[in-house]
Design a protein around this ligand. Structure first.
Ligand code: ZN
Length: 655
């Protein structure tokens, strides 16, 4: 395991919290140690209170932050005295503990301290590092896991049996640590959970973590080497995936995105001869269950999965001290011989995290099999974590999801103007967005974020259309909303001078390409969990054409008629299709300041008068059109199809 410590960098850190942050980020930088918020760290120091007195303080990671990107504000300062006093209580419920931890904080605005805070306080070393390292979890999840750990680490680590994180685990540590710790003790392994290391300095604690996990990794390399799968060809019919998404979303009761990864490793795992057994033994650490659920779904039988989940809930909730409400019974991990690994989540970020967790789990299972058989914690322990009141409280606090959470919007012509604004409007409402444009700028318009996929494509090719829909499906599982915006507006030309070639080009892009994308996207829209929606960006030229734009006006009028027929044909599939007819939207690429000034002068107006040359004297922006477009896909328009709305500030020829 690579040691990332750098004395020069570390030397620049001023004070113990800065050192703590430096080495926490080193842990976070290695996904085999820390994955998506797993693990936590602490350091013990002194704070001055308002009376000028010194107070012994534990700086511990707050919940909700990630070690890879942790900052000073993500650490909570809690009174050591309160931590130690709490650890001497006989009993403390999890909710009471969470409240007491919050009360022990020196800053009421700080995040909630980690549920492992008391445990950190009890370890009599200044720096404490904790990870759910893959190699450790792999070893502990095998039949003779504890023996292997003891053989590997001897008296350098203390071994604790699995106990749910929280007060009981801290109590156990309070008992075992003083009894078993020797001057040689540098770490502590929690069975089926992870590992702690500690030391007097940030470097010592970090390097002990690297050394301990490194030893476990070497053991695995020797005794359970992972050989990459070769010669496996992906053969999936991706256009079947939206149907599966519809069923999974129906089981959840809300739309979910599906992200898939079909490579050698995931396909080999999905086609493993014992997959039915090995995939159904539980998660690598109980920590994962919150995101992945207890078990993955094998294949595509959602109904059977839901029934099994309901049984699992009924059986295990019977012994709960207070009545529990069942979480949605939809799977979050799907293992399929064709699709490979599919993760289901409410946001693109969720699906990415779930995918990462399961890619690691897959390797842990394969290695566990080589070491005598992968095994996980029992169902009862797992259920306790899944229905932990602290987790339930977090879910309640999270509030209502955004309007388009779990849904996918595809916008054509998304590199600039109205299309770009539409992509933003849908992102703002929680949708995953696919922006398509012939302009390569579309790929990087919204930065690196999992909920945006920019595709460079020429929509006049039906193959390209099918290709981009396949990419949409592989990234997000399907399509819910389609915004047909791409189009061209050639320079003004009277009919007498209009060449066949120009006419055909305008028709090909403004009309034919939209027919192709509508036809190819129809099965996807039909499978949308909350029914598909289409918005066509038309033009004022449809109801009120002007001279010199015959090809453009005719193409938009034909597109309008196409959309009206689609509204009639697709109503039976509950797909809604509506149109907007914008006019004089000047914040787009075509309208440079020079062109604007020229046109305004042509009409004897100032630029501002020209921009507001409508009944309401209001300037219409790309954002105005985008907001209306997004709303047309929302609840307000749920009973409207085939409608045409002008968005032009009022035009006397349209009114
Ligand atoms: Zn932990």
């Amino acid at each position: 395991m690579e040691n990332l410590w750098n004395d020069t960098e570390a030397g620049k850190q001023q004070g113990i919290l800065a050192e703590r942050i430096y080495s926490s980020r080193l842990l976070g930088a290695n996904p085999n140690l820390v994955l998506h918020g797993g693990g936590n760290t602490s350091v013990k120091g002194v704070s001055k209170n308002i009376f000028g007195e010194d107070e012994a303080t534990l700086f511990v990671k707050g919940s909700g932050s990630d070690l890879a990107t942790i900052e000073p504000k993500d650490f909570v300062a809690v009174r050591m005295e309160s931590m130690l006093k709490l650890s001497r209580l006989e009993k403390l419920s999890d909710l009471d503990m969470a409240r007491e931890l919050k009360l022990a904080s020196l800053d009421p605005n700080a995040p909630a301290p980690s549920v492992e805070a008391i445990l950190h306080a009890l370890i009599p070393h200044r720096f404490v590092d904790h990870t759910h390292a893959d190699a450790i979890v792999t070893l502990t999840n095998t039949p003779s896991g504890e023996a292997r750990i003891r053989e590997l680490f001897g008296d350098e680590v203390i071994v604790l049996p699995y106990v749910m994180p929280g007060f009981d685990l801290a109590k156990l540590c309070a008992e075992v640590f003083p009894a078993q710790a020797t001057p040689r003790t540098i770490g502590m392994v929690l069975m089926n959970h992870g590992i702690f290391s500690f030391g007097d300095t940030a470097k010592q604690s970090y390097e002990r973590m690297i050394a301990l996990v490194g030893r476990a990794e070497d053991y695995l390399k020797k005794n359970a080497p992972l050989i990459p799968a070769t010669g496996i060809e992906p053969v999936a019919n991706w256009f079947d995936l939206p149907e599966l998404r519809k069923k999974v979303s129906a089981a959840a009761g809300f739309p979910l995105l599906l992200r898939s990864i079909a490579n050698g490793a995931t396909l080999a795992f999905a086609r493993h001869p014992d997959i039915a057994a090995i995939s159904q033994r539980g998660p690598a650490t109980p920590d994962h269950i919150i995101r992945t659920k207890q078990l993955p779904m094998l294949g595509r039988d959602v109904e059977a999965y839901v029934q099994a989940y309901k049984k699992y809930f009924e059986k295990n909730s019977r012994s709960a001290p207070t009545p529990l409400t069942m979480l949605d019974p939809a799977p979050r991990v799907i293992i399929d011989a064709e699709f490979g690994l599919v993760s289901a989540g409410r946001s693109a970020r969720d699906t990415q995290i779930i995918e990462d967790l399961y890619l690691h789990t897959q390797d842990i299972i394969r290695r566990g099999e080589m070491l005598g058989g992968y095994r996980a914690l029992g169902e009862t322990d797992l259920f306790r974590v899944e229905y932990w009141d602290l987790e339930q409280a977090k879910l309640k606090k999270a509030g209502a999801p955004k309007a388009f959470a779990g849904e996918v919007a595809l916008v054509t012509g998304a590199a600039s103007g109205i299309g770009k604004a539409c992509a933003q409007a849908f992102l703002n409402r929680g949708a995953a967005v696919v922006g398509v444009d012939i302009n390569p700028a579309v790929a990087s318009l919204h930065g690196e974020r999992p909920d945006y996929l920019g595709i460079v494509a020429d929509l006049s090719s039906t193959d390209a259309v099918r290709g981009l829909l396949e990419q949409t499906i592989r990234h997000y599982g399907g399509l819910d909303m389609l915004v047909l915006n791409a189009g061209i507006f050639p320079g003004g030309r009277k009919i007498g001078a209009l060449a066949d070639e120009e006419w055909r080009k305008v028709m090909a892009i403004n009309l034919d390409a939209n027919l192709a994308i509508m036809r190819e996207a129809h099965p996807l829209l039909k499978a949308a969990p909350r029914y598909g929606r289409v918005v066509v960006i038309g033009s004022k030229n449809v109801p009120a054409p002007g001279p010199g734009a015959a090809a453009y006006s005719a193409s938009k009028a034909a597109l309008t008629q196409l959309a009206r027929v689609a509204a009639l044909e697709w109503g039976a599939d509950a797909i809604r299709i509506n149109l907007v007819h914008p006019n004089a939207v000047f914040d787009t690429g075509i309208w440079t300041p020079e062109v604007l000034a020229q046109r305004a002068a042509h009409y004897g107006m100032t630029v501002d008068e020209y921009k507001r040359n409508n009944v309401l004297r209001e300037e219409v922006t790309s954002k105005d059109v985008a907001e209306l477009t997004a709303e047309m896909c929302g609840a307000l328009f749920s009973k409207i199809t085939g409608a045409q709305l002008p968005i032009d500030g009022g035009n006397d020829r349209v009114i």
